[in-house]
Design a protein around this ligand. Structure first.
Ligand code: NAD
Length: 502
């Protein structure tokens, strides 16, 4: 029997500046991961709904493009103020659907806000170049113009920050933006859309369309979508890049990760252990910049492992909305069970399971799994090779810096890495040598600030530009170069020679 008091909320799309019910008849369940209960149903858009949304966005893009830069900046400033005022409410929405603890959700919002700050500077960011007298009486200048309708497809693990990575720059550059958020935690996007409307964004310029593969494929194949930004797992990122570019689109597709933290013998053990525990188990390991492998170099292994192991029982695991908890549940039952499978299989692969997160379970039906620590992992073991995306930290022991570097560079992923040492020369050499897009020196999660750009190498990114910052502005605009002359008609004559700069 269904109790109306607990009946799941029916969520909407966001079209033309208002919540709009889905018409496909298909929906997906949205869980509260801390209780295991279904709390909402999200509509899954059909191809026809995608097409209608793209047509509406096209019309909105036409009207948005000539809006003055100062006005666009003003909307971003107001958007910033609104997020700032309501960050607690947004954090609660994130915790309810994603599961991460409230303080972590606030951290995600703070890092997302940086991208609004950056987009507030759009008049400055879109300045072109001007060369006076490139030839006699001839001036040359460049301008950046928007692409039209652009789309973003985002993962579950940062339901506010990753949409903000994309939408602020895309909109400020003068595009209409269609967001297809993760169907697992779709409400943060709807909240952001309502704030942008309140900030003065004209209706139709931002669309939030929920969906699964059907909606994504429709966006990838739609002739009126000019560009796709994607963040998610590597197999899907590769598919998005290949399909989108085959359909003539500009694509940036960020994928998964396996981030190594190299700890050299001269490192401060206590600081390295604090960093490893924070970066491995924060957000239950569901961060693409989480540390999943600690590489202990030389004689540092035993002391470091002991220091990490001592800290693990102090990590408070429980519902994200209860004060004091530091780590919440995983996103779904299936994912929790998959992560637990890696822990279960570690010893049979030859590794040593030092802390088993399956023990001492959190009571109730929530998708919890406590931190696990696996020592003596090596390439070839599933627990080392795969992106587990859960609260599982592996330790690999090597003798030398060169062996540590080789592990980092042999890995198919290249999202983030970190080195812990007191030796500036070795740290600089590591920065020079490692084949990874984002490097931390005594910083375990080196997510670049919004005025740089975010992106991994190798299987962690498909495309030519990184996300947000200067690369984001480049991605969401095309440049045009104008060569101009205002001659005196009296001096005009036919000249078939190739123009030179005389
Ligand atoms: P996911 O790849 O399953 O889903 C991402 C998006 O793609 C969602 O919107 C989803 O609806 C859509 N999607 C899923 N399967 C699809 C398919 N077959 N065809 C078309 N669209 C599809 O990723 P996730 O589980 O939501 O997020 C976790 C992954 O994202 C991890 O691998 C993590 O490393 C990665 N991630 C990477 C970064 C980065 O910056 N590199 C940042 C955050 C997360």
């Amino acid at each position: 029997m269904t109790d109306t008091a607990t009946r799941p909320t029916a969520l909407s799309h966001w079209l033309n500046g208002q919540p709009t019910a889905g018409t496909s008849g298909r929906t997906a369940a949205v869980y509260n991961p801390a209780t295991g209960q279904v709390q909402a149903e999200v509509p899954l858009a059909s191809r026809a709904e995608v097409d209608a949304a793209v047509q509406a966005a096209r019309a909105a893009a036409k009207a948005w493009r000539p809006v003055p830069l100062g006005r666009r900046a003003e909307i971003m400033f107001r958007f910033r103020a609104l997020i700032d005022q309501r960050r607690d409410e947004l954090a609660r929405i994130i915790t309810r659907e994603h599961g991460k603890v409230h303080s972590d959700a606030l951290g995600e919002i703070a890092r997302g806000l940086e991208n609004v700050d950056y987009a507030c500077g759009i008049p400055n960011l879109l300045k072109g170049g001007y060369s006076e007298s490139a030839s006699t009486g001839v001036d040359v200048y460049s301008i950046q113009q928007p692409l039209g309708v652009v789309a973003g497809i985002t993962p579950f693990n940062f339901p506010a920050m990753v949409p903000l990575w994309m939408m602020c720059n895309a909109l400020a550059c003068g595009n209409a933006f269609i967001l297809k958020p993760s169907e697992k935690d779709p409400s943060a996007s709807l909240f952001l859309a309502s704030l942008l409307r309140e900030a003065g964004l004209p209706d139709g310029v931002l669309t939030v369309l929920h969906g699964d593969k059907e909606a994504v494929d429709a966006l990838l194949e739609h002739p009126d979508v000019a560009a796709i930004s994607f963040v998610g797992s590597t197999p899907v990122a590769r598919y998005i890049y290949e399909t989108g570019t085959r359909h003539g689109k500009r694509v940036q597709a960020l994928g998964g990760a396996k981030n190594h933290m190299v700890v050299l013998p001269d490192a401060d053990i206590s600081m390295a252990a604090d960093a490893a525990v924070s970066a491995a188990y924060g957000s239950a390991g569901e961060r693409c910049m989480a540390i999943s492998v600690v590489v202990a170099v030389g004689g540092v292994g035993d002391r470091l492992v002991q220091a990490i192991q001592e800290r693990i029982p102090n990590v408070q695991v429980g519902p994200g909305d209860e004060a004091g908890n530091e780590m919440g549940p995983l996103i779904s039952r299936e994912h929790r069970d998959k992560v637990a499978g890696y822990v279960a299989g570690a010893e049979a692969e030859g590794a040593q399971l030092l802390v088993d997160g399956r023990e001492d379970a959190v009571p109730g039906e929530g998708f919890f799994l406590k931190p696990s620590l696996i020592d003596h992992t090596q390439p070839g073991m599933r627990c080392y090779d795969d992106e587990i995306f859960g609260p599982v930290l592996s330790v690999t022991r090597v003798d030398t810096y060169e062996q540590a570097l080789q592990l980092v560079n042999d890995n198919p992923y290249g999202n983030g890495t970190a080195i812990f040492t007191r030796d500036g020369g070795v740290a600089r050499q590591f920065q020079f040598d490692c084949e990874v897009g984002m490097v931390g020196i005594n910083v375990p999660i080196p997510v670049p600030v919004a005025y740089y750009s975010f992106g991994g190498w190798k299987a962690s990114l498909f495309g030519d530009t990184h996300m947000y910052g200067p690369d984001g502005i480049r991605f969401y605009t095309r440049s045009k170069v104008i060569t101009s002359r205002w001659p005196d008609p009296a001096t005009s004559k036919v000249n078939l020679g190739f123009p030179t700069n005389g």
